[in-house]
Design a protein around this ligand. Structure first.
Ligand code: ADP
Ligand code: MG
Ligand code: MG
Length: 927
């Protein structure tokens, strides 16, 4: 358990420990820093009291009491009850009222309050301490009979539902029936005698459901309510919420007992909720709502339509001024936007809660920048407060607000993966592929998805499911492939037979081919194709400001993985400081090139063998000479094309480093699939004969077939077996560099060799490459500056990094392969198959291809230490997909990498995450 500060004042206690912290009358025993022990609500109430703000007196029973209660088998720790009685006596003294006193009754609320605000915990019980006797006192004191009965029926209703587990609808129905009988709409229109009868009816319901009379002894009410708060800590909703949000189960909840103040005493009373700034835009103006003559949750429960907080200025000017002053003070005090709850009792304002308010991504960024401008927080704090996911959100397309306002809403589900998607509804993954193949934009609608639907998800604009939560297959995969997703839309009935869906709530339906729009940021689904607005980075000065501050803070550079000049330019506009991975084989697949590459591969082995024989002084026969000629012709065409590609990239990244990886994948990836070719040839044979070309292709595919291509002839192995790949790529890179330089540019080339496991692989490749480089230099008559390095992605490479570093100027961690090989998982098989189950069932905490696994990070650390021991100036980066994942970026910072490299769209997120990681490591060093 985290450390708690020592109490401001001591307090005598009967229990073995001090479980109680009281506040009131301008002072408090606890303080805002004691969230662990007092929970967020208790700490806020203490802090507001210390600040002299008007808070009704009360006390907090600590989270420790909750934990001890469970440790003792759901028994209050001995002595605690005596301490509660003592604290109640103090509240009685400071309010001048008596708990259970029929003349001048003290009433309290009993409120749960954990360290983190948690929906799913127990609701608050108001007006506790009421019975027929104290009710009479309340009526006599206020002279307001209706108010008294309203307070009482609310109490029976709340206590019955929350503490005694009576189904809430029983009370709701009774209330509705009564309003109906009286011909009124609002409960404020019921008379005192209506409410009295209703209270009787409620008590009857309690008796019927629980088999006991409604408790009249205030102390018994208090005892039951405290235990109900404790019990709610392990309620199902609370437990699920903690599981989902990774909140530990052993924190416990505190209980707050707070003197009641009444917002339902007439038109000079009221209750409300307000944010100190606009939580949706960040505008610096009070934002909230209130209701006059109302209590507790009436505002949020939608019983009556609440008023804008700005109207309070006209309704009760003095109260409004006071509230505004308090809001400002609290914001300055907490140095963050606050979410406030207040009640006005006969013109007097009381503060009931303060906490940091939840906000949208746009508000978060604006608030943080404004608060730095106001001198409220530092740049570091501003950077620390933005969540990387919020940056991501701000860069995705969003629906036009005006379009949303006019749209017809179908349903609402879980906002599983952010972004706006528009497409025509399809109900099957194969259909999605067909439609998309015809150039249609589609949204895939399923009851739930399975790995079998992946191909459909991949071509869809977005995914909508009726079942499954935020960690369902649909949600996980959607986030992974960056598609908007609304999951678990329970109100949606999906009917595959008729290819249609209908919401049971709104009644709105759509069928295959209808346009729908889904908002993965809010979970909302609309009918029709809503207009979207591109999120333009250039138009978001506040986001740019935050990232500029992040740039000042971070130690690691942020590079990008880009294969094309357009991608490089995009990444550069997002702030990329180099290319950490340029995959040359992607250039092999484009358009006409694939044919040329295939042509080369068909004769690659024969030509390579023949060249070796010629080099040994043997004479070649005609077939051999022809293979060599065909091969060389294809390769030199490729070389020229690649040189053009590299020139484009160097120009786009002028002045910044570009790491180019030589050919990596197994050759079969460039050829047709074995089965398809076999079928093609066999079919052709049966109707007269296959072409020579097709048979040759089939033979080559067969000869290149491997059991485990991922562990077969690829990476540096390929370059060593067919050295011409290394030769032409080296020439293309260096000649591109020479050309761009001659044109006045500043190209910075780094050539990277993949999949090295043994230093000899790298040394041999290097010899090959250097002799080619010398030839290029000789031919051009200039010296070319380039760096030579390797990927570390084979565990043996990591473990022998000290040897490998002798041959390398830089290392780049290829964590996709390193993860595959460390776990012994084939990524494609794992992610499409058992891995999801592994994560669901907790066999693995996370998908290691998404978040860098600690053992893999450990291997990297070994490689970093060994590499730097050999070569202190060795440059170290990461180019696996982990380079764009904030949690993994934090691990890279800890390992001491020089840069992370990620896809262009992740660059802004990585800039922020790298700064946050640097802040954490600075804080750790300062400890
Ligand atoms: P939550 O954690 O759901 O916000 P709270 O404990 O804050 O629950 O209680 C909900 C509402 O009940 C508050 O917003 C406030 O309006 C009302 N409330 C709680 N305690 C009191 C009190 N002592 N006097 C008047 N109203 C109260
Ligand atoms: Mg509250
Ligand atoms: Mg690799």
């Amino acid at each position: 358990m985290a450390q708690t500060t020592s109490p401001v004042t001591d307090r005598a206690h009967q229990a073995a420990k001090r479980y109680i912290y009281a506040w009131g009358g301008g002072t408090a025993e606890g303080s805002g820093g004691m969230k662990d022990l007092l929970g967020g609500k208790g700490a806020g109430l203490a802090e507001m009291s210390l600040a002299g703000l008007p808070t009704p007196p009360g006390f907090t029973i600590t989270t420790e009491a909750c934990n001890d209660y469970f440790a003792a088998g759901e028994q209050l720790p001995s002595g605690l009850w005596d301490d509660v009685l003592q604290a109640m006596a103090e509240v009685e003294r400071s309010t001048g009222k008596g708990f259970g006193d029929a003349k001048n009754p003290l009433l309290v609320s009993v409120r749960s309050g954990a360290k983190f605000s948690m929906p799913g915990m127990m609701d608050t019980v108001l007006n506790l301490g009421l019975n027929e006797a104290t009710l009479q006192g309340l009526v006599a004191l206020t002279g307001n009979e209706r108010f008294g009965w309203d307070a009482y029926r609310r109490f029976v209703q709340m206590f019955g539902r929350i503490v005694l587990d009576v189904p809430g609808e029983r009370f709701d129905h009774a209330l509705e029936a009564r309003k109906h009988a009286r011909g009124v709409q609002l409960d404020t229109e019921l008379s005192a005698s209506d409410l009295r009868e209703l209270a009787e009816e409620f008590k009857g319901i309690v008796r019927e459901v629980t088999g006991r009379d409604f408790p009249t002894d205030p102390y018994e009410q208090l005892d039951l309510a405290i235990k109900a708060v404790f019990a709610s800590w392990f309620g199902k909703r609370a437990r699920d919420y903690r599981n989902f949000n990774k909140i530990p189960h052993d924190l416990g909840t505190a209980v707050n007992v707070v003197t009641m103040v009444f917002g339902n005493m007439g038109d000079d009373s009221g209750t409300g909720v307000a944010f100190t700034r606009n939580p949706s835009t960040g505008e610096p103006a009070l934002f909230g709502e209130y209701l006059t003559n109302a209590q507790g949750e009436d505002v949020v429960a939608g019983i009556r339509t609440p008023q804008q907080i700005s109207n309070l200025r006209d309704d009760m000017p003095a109260v409004y001024d006071e509230f505004q002053t308090i809001a400002r003070r609290l914001e300055r005090h907490y140095r963050d936007m606050q979410d406030l709850e207040f009640t006005i009792e006969r013109g007097r304002l009381y503060m009931l809660q303060t906490r940091s308010g939840k906000r949208t991504a746009a508000a978060a960024v604006k608030l943080a920048v404004d608060m730095v401008g106001e001198g409220l927080i530092s740049k570091e704090e501003a950077v620390g407060r933005i969540e990387p996911a919020q940056v991501d959100q701000l860069l995705r397309a969003q629906f036009d607000r005006a379009a949303i306002a006019q749209a017809s809403r179908v349903a609402k589900g879980l906002n599983a993966s952010p972004g706006a998607a528009v497409g025509r509804a399809v109900f099957d993954a194969d259909d999605a592929v067909d439609w998309a193949g015809r150039g249609e934009r589609v949204v895939l609608v399923r009851v739930e998805t399975s790995p079998d639907d992946f191909h459909g998800m991949a071509v869809a604009q977005g995914i909508l499911t009726a079942r499954g939560g935020a960690t369902s297959h649909a949600a996980v995969v959607a986030r992974q492939i960056g598609k908007p997703c609304v999951a678990g839309c329970a109100e949606l009935v999906v009917d595959y037979a008729t290819r249609s869906a209908r919401s049971t709530d709104s009644g709105v339906a759509f069928k295959e081919g209808d346009w729908i729009s889904l908002d993965g940021t809010t979970g909302e689904v609309y009918l029709g194709a809503l207009a979207t607005v591109e999120a333009r980075f250039e138009d978001q000065p506040e986001l740019q400001q935050i990232l500029a501050w992040a740039d000042e803070i971070r130690r690691m550079e942020v590079w990008t993985n880009a294969d094309k000049p357009e991608e490089a330019a995009q990444a550069r506009s997002y702030g990329a400081q180099g290319i950490g991975l340029c995959r040359t084989e992607h250039m092999f697949r484009e358009g006409e090139r694939l044919e040329i590459v295939r042509g080369a591969i068909l004769v690659a082995n024969a030509a390579t063998r023949a060249k070796a024989r010629a080099a040994a002084g043997e004479t070649l026969d005609a077939d051999e000479s022809e293979a060599v000629a065909r091969f060389d012709a294809a390769m030199s065409t490729l070389e020229a094309l690649q040189q053009g590609d590299f020139e484009g990239i160097f120009r786009a990244m002028d002045g910044l480093p570009v790491v180019i990886r030589l050919i990596d994948p197994p050759l079969h990836e460039f050829l047709p699939n074995l089965e398809e070719q076999l079928v093609k040839v066999t079919r052709a044979e049966s109707v007269g004969g296959a072409s020579e070309e097709d048979r040759e292709l089939l033979a080559t595919i067969k000869s290149l077939h491997e059991q485990n291509p991922m562990l077969g002839l690829r990476g540096c192995r390929l370059g060593l077996m067919i050295p011409d790949f290394v030769r032409i790529q080296t020439r293309a890179i260096l000649n591109a560099q020479i050309a761009v330089k001659r044109a006045g540019g500043n190209p910075i080339a780094k050539i990277m060799i993949p999949l090295v496991g043994h230093v000899n692989e790298l040394a041999r490749t290097r010899q090959l490459l250097e002799s080619e480089a010398k030839a290029v230099e000789a031919a051009a008559g200039v010296e070319v500056d380039y760096k030579f390095g390797t990927m570390i992605e084979v565990p043996r490479g990591a473990l022998t990094a000290d040897e490998i570093a002798r041959e390398a100027d830089f290392f780049s961690f290829g964590t996709n392969d390193l993860t595959q090989m460390t776990f012994g998982f084939s990524r494609d098989d794992a992610e499409g198959g058992f891995l999801l189950k592994y994560v669901e069932e907790g066999i693995l905490p996370v998908n290691p291809f998404q978040t860098l696994d600690d053992a893999v990070a450990g291997l990297m650390k070994v490689a970093v230490d060994k590499g730097r021991a050999t070569k202190p100036g060795l440059e170290l980066g990461i180019c696996g997909e982990h380079g764009g994942d904030p949690e993994s970026i934090a691990k890279c910072e800890a390992i001491g990498l020089d840069y992370v490299s990620c896809s262009p769209f992740r660059v802004p997120v990585a800039r922020l995450a790298a700064a946050q990681a640097a802040l954490v490591s600075m804080a750790e060093r300062d400890k």
